[in-house]
Structure formats: structure tokens, C-alpha cells
Design a protein around this ligand. Structure first.
Ligand code: NAD
Ligand code: IPM
Ligand code: MN
Length: 368
């Protein structure tokens, strides 16, 4: 097979800082595991706006469509807060998701044992946690029409529309059931069927897909507000959670804190298979550009590194190498490696972003 291609879009704020560590890990796989990648780099978000006046140039969009996988850092920052909505950094990311049709956003939340005391919840509630949130990513209120700020009489009205077709629900439900079969075999679907018609349809379609194609998987339904409460009360009751775009955004940030830090959570955004059998795919940490710590060497690169592990698993069929990288991360955490976001009340000297990268590379070397 030809050398797999990767497009790196490091983006803004801490994006380039955490991506620099991923680049070293990609190089390591080329040199030490004989797994070279054909890597190209381009701009997305505020940095693309600064250069081109748009957060995603058409040429970059075209490249993203061609490569085997895209790795993205983060976009956004206060400098761009007052820009018109149509050219905000976040629009670049939303365009990638929409035009690549990356409908299934996999957001795993795993609590590494070494970090169980860093969660805002008690150790026994989170230790051993391993859940997967499957967030619908290309529809719902993020994209529904009509949308905009309109004038009605003598005041303005802000409008967004929650909209889901049966086929959009069907395909993300299938993705969740397929994943569940390879994990704990349980799916909990979350919506608000008690107040939203889109939630009623969501529940109906998920129930139908389950009955027709996945009766062996255990399915439950929960209203998303109650789901948020249960995620804090007893998160280990869940295996796979499937939910819409907006609820998935909120629930995955909440799940991040179960693991100790937003700097720990990776994600994979997957679409339909391409001609070569690989899914269209973009991998990115769940966190944003963290303007409060950007440029200070304080960012935790683990979410971005674990996103590359997801790429190894879901795009390149290298599950054993993904395990190797995840074990290297686990090992450095067990040995006490901590960026500032992972410092507990007992203190100590935190590592810089690059030192955390060094530690993970050393653990990878030791794994050979
Ligand atoms: P954020 O995720 O950037 O930061 C929230 C908090 O978590 C901050 O205190 C930050 O320092 C901390 N944090 C985040 N990642 C970290 C890491 N790797 N290591 C250590 N600490 C980390 O969210 P925000 O502050 O709400 O948003 C900032 C900007 O990022 C906004 O412009 C927002 O739109 C954008 N954003 C982008 C993405 C993305 O690119 N996928 C995701 C979320 C937010
Ligand atoms: C995320 C982010 C994005 C979202 C923004 C930056 C568009 O919060 O990836 O979770 O809302 O989906
Ligand atoms: Mn988010």
C-alpha cells in the first residue's frame, strides 16, 4: 500500500504547541516502527483568516478531502471575537466537518488510574471509567435552517433551528451500535423527546435501528438533562452514549472533567468509507485553543497525542500501535509526569508541553 497521507492543521493558540509533540511522535513511528506518513501542513482558523481572509481556504478544504486523515489542533481566540460570524475561526472547523460529512464524532472519556484523584469527582466514582460518547456532528441545531439574526417589529431575534432527518439519525445510531459491539455492548441514547419533536424522531429511529439490526446490544434511552446528572452521579453505568450535536458538545466537555482535565480528551470524527476503504476522518482534541495558557509551554499535549492514537486505530488499522501509544501515555502518568493542568493540591514541579512529549517518546522507546 502507498504511504498514508496526513494533513496537519495545527490552528491557533495552543494548537501548534500540542501538535508539535504529535509531529515528533509521527516521526518516531516512521523511524522506529517503519510506519512512514506523508505529512503536509496547512492553516485553519484564525491563522488562516490572518493570511487569506477566510478561516479555511478552498485549497485547504480540497486537500482535506484527498488525504487519508486530517489532524487538527484547535481554532479560535479572543483576537477574533469581534469578527463577522461567517469568517470566525470556528467556521473553518465546522466547514471541514460538514463538507467531509464527518457525521460520527467519537469522544472517549477514560480515566487513567494515575489521575483518578484529579477528577472533580471522588476516586471510586471515576476510577476505571471508560465511556464513549458518539456525538452527531454534521446536523442538528449547528446547521439547521433558518438561522440568523432577524428584525421582527422593533426588536431583533436570534434564530437557530434543530433539524434531524431519519437518515441522519439512522447512520449515527448504527455507528454507535457497531462501536458498542466491540466494547461493553450497551448504548444509551440521549435526547429530549419530552419537549422536542426532533427528540421524538431520534428516539423512534434509534429504537427501530436497534430492533432491526442490533437486537443483541443493550439499548436504553435517557433525557439529556437527566443524562448530564447521571454522568456526574454514576458515570460508570454507561458504555456508549449516542446523542445529537449540541447535547454531545456539552456532555463531552462534562465527561472530560471526569477524567481529570480537558487536556486529556481526544476525538475522532468519522464519515463514510472512501474508495480505499478508510473512513473520511479528522482527529482533534476535544479542548480548544486555551488562550489563557497559549505561548507559555503549559499546554497538555496528551489529548492531541491520543487523537493520533485514534487515527492509528480507526484510519490505519493499527490497533496494536494505538495501544502502544496509549500505554506509553498511561506509563508516564503512572510515573508522575504532570503538566500544570494535572497538578494536584500536593504540588510539585510541572512539566512543560515539550517535556511531556519527551517523556512519552522515552516510554515509546522503552516499549520496543
Ligand atoms: P478551551 O478548551 O480552549 O479552554 C478551557 C479551559 O481548559 C482553559 O482554562 C484552558 O486553559 C484549559 N485547557 C484546554 N485545553 C488544555 C490543554 N491541552 N492543557 C491544559 N489546559 C487546557 O475552551 P474555551 O476557553 O471555552 O475556548 C477558547 C477558544 O477555543 C474559543 O475561541 C473557542 O471557540 C475555541 N474552541 C475551539 C475548539 C476546537 O478547535 N475544536 C474546541 C473548543 C473551543
Ligand atoms: C468542539 C468545539 C466546537 C463545537 C466549536 C469550536 C465549533 O466546542 O469541538 O467541541 O462547538 O463543536
Ligand atoms: Mn465543545
Amino acid at each position: 500500500m502507498s504511504t498514508p497521507s496526513l494533513l496537519i492543521l495545527a490552528g491557533d493558540g495552543i494548537g501548534p504547541e500540542v501538535m508539535a509533540e504529535v509531529t515528533r511522535i509521527i516521526d518516531w513511528y516512521g523511524k522506529k516502527r517503519d510506519m512512514p506518513f506523508d505529512v503536509s501542513e496547512d492553516l485553519v482558523g484564525g491563522c488562516a483568516y490572518d493570511k487569506h481572509g477566510t478561516p479555511l481556504h478552498d485549497d485547504t478544504m480540497a486537500k482535506a478531502q484527498e488525504v487519508d486523515a486530517v489532524l487538527l489542533g484547535a481554532v479560535g481566540g479572543p483576537k477574533y471575537d469581534d469578527l463577522d460570524f461567517s469568517v470566525k475561526p470556528e467556521r473553518g472547523l465546522l466547514r471541514l466537518r460538514k463538507e467531509m460529512d464527518l457525521f460520527a464524532n467519537l469522544r472517549p472519556a477514560q480515566c487513567f488510574d494515575a489521575l483518578a484523584d484529579f477528577s472533580s469527582l471522588k476516586r471510586d466514582i471515576v476510577a476505571g471509567l471508560d465511556i464513549m460518547i458518539v456525538r452527531e456532528l454534521t446536523s442538528g441545531i449547528y446547521f439547521g435552517e433558518p438561522r440568523g439574526i432577524f428584525t421582527e417589529g422593533n426588536e431583533r431575534v436570534g434564530v437557530n433551528t434543530q433539524r434531524y432527518t431519519e437518515s441522519e439519525i439512522d447512520r449515527v445510531a448504527r455507528a454507535a451500535f457497531e462501536l458498542a459491539r466491540r466494547r461493553g455492548n450497551k448504548v444509551c441514547s440521549m435526547e429530549k423527546a419530552n419537549v422536542m419533536e426532533s427528540g421524538v424522531l431520534w428516539r423512534e429511529v434509534v429504537t427501530k435501528v436497534h430492533a432491526e439490526s442490533y437486537p443483541d446490544v443493550q439499548l436504553s434511552h435517557m433525557y439529556a438533562d437527566a443524562g448530564a446528572m447521571q454522568l456526574c452521579r454514576n458515570p460508570k453505568q454507561f458504555d456508549v452514549i449516542v446523542t445529537d450535536n449540541l447535547f454531545g458538545d456539552l456532555l463531552s466537555d462534562a465527561a472530560a472533567m471526569l477524567t481529570g482535565s480537558l487536556g486529556m480528551l481526544p476525538s475522532a470524527s468519522l464519515g463514510a468509507p472512501m474508495a480505499n476503504g478508510r473512513p473520511k476522518a479528522l482527529y482533534e482534541p476535544v479542548h480548544g485553543s486555551a488562550p489563557d495558557i497559549a505561548g507559555q509551554g503549559k499546554a497538555n499535549p496528551i489529548a492531541c497525542i491520543l487523537s493520533f492514537a485514534m487515527a492509528l486505530r480507526y484510519s490505519f488499522d493499527q490497533g496494536a500501535e494505538a495501544d502502544r501509544l496509549e500505554r506509553a501515555v498511561e506509563k508516564v502518568l503512572a510515573d508522575g509526569a504532570r503538566t500544570p493542568d494535572l497538578m494536584g493540591p500536593e504540588g510539585g514541579t510541572p512539566l512543560t508541553t515539550a517535556q511531556m512529549g519527551d517523556a512519552i517518546l522515552a516510554a515509546l522507546d522503552a516499549s520496543l
